[in-house]
Design a protein around this ligand. Structure first.
Ligand SMILES: [Zn+2]
Ligand SMILES: [Zn+2]
Length: 148
């Protein structure tokens, strides 16, 4: 099944639109990211691919594919203080944005309507990636805290 032709998806359309080759793995990973409303970990991506395509993706392929998508500007990477990397899709309609991380339950949500401010970097320093994470408590964890 792994050599089967990848059916056309939003992910393969996006890859082709910017002149990139939609390999099966890249398409599967990007499609998984596009379908998730919040940033997801490696494990969640693997589970999603398995559920959707009936195939398990090995870690090396997944890591390489994600790195490649980040380099191409199609995904961004978020680190919260639990040291788990999470990824989400980026597009012109959905540019890189800040995230909120709940310190208690660990969920990370996209603040898609907020922008990452332009920051000044010293001359001759090249910015490759900017991450902005707000740490705090989600509504659910705040109410749990009050009732304790
Ligand atoms: Zn929470
Ligand atoms: Zn996001």
């Amino acid at each position: 099944m792994s050599n089967a032709v990848t059916p056309p998806t939003e992910a393969s359309r996006r890859l082709r639109a910017i002149g990139l080759r939609p390999t099966r793995a890249r398409t599967q990973i990007l499609q998984a990211l596009l379908e998730m409303a919040h940033p997801v970990s490696h494990l969640e991506i693997q589970e999603r691919i398995l559920a959707q395509w009936g195939e398990s993706m090995d870690r090396v392929t997944l890591y390489r594919g994600l790195d490649w998508l980040v380099q191409q500007g199609l995904a961004h990477r978020i680190t919260a203080d639990d040291r788990v990397w999470r990824f989400s899709a980026v597009s012109p309609e959905r540019p890189a944005h800040p995230h909120f991380h709940c310190l208690r339950c660990g969920q990370v949500i996209c603040l898609a309507d907020s922008q990452i401010p332009q920051l000044e970097v010293p001359q001759n320093y090249l910015v490759q990636e900017v991450e902005l994470v707000i740490n705090g408590l989600c509504p659910h964890c705040q109410s749990r805290q009050k009732s304790e």
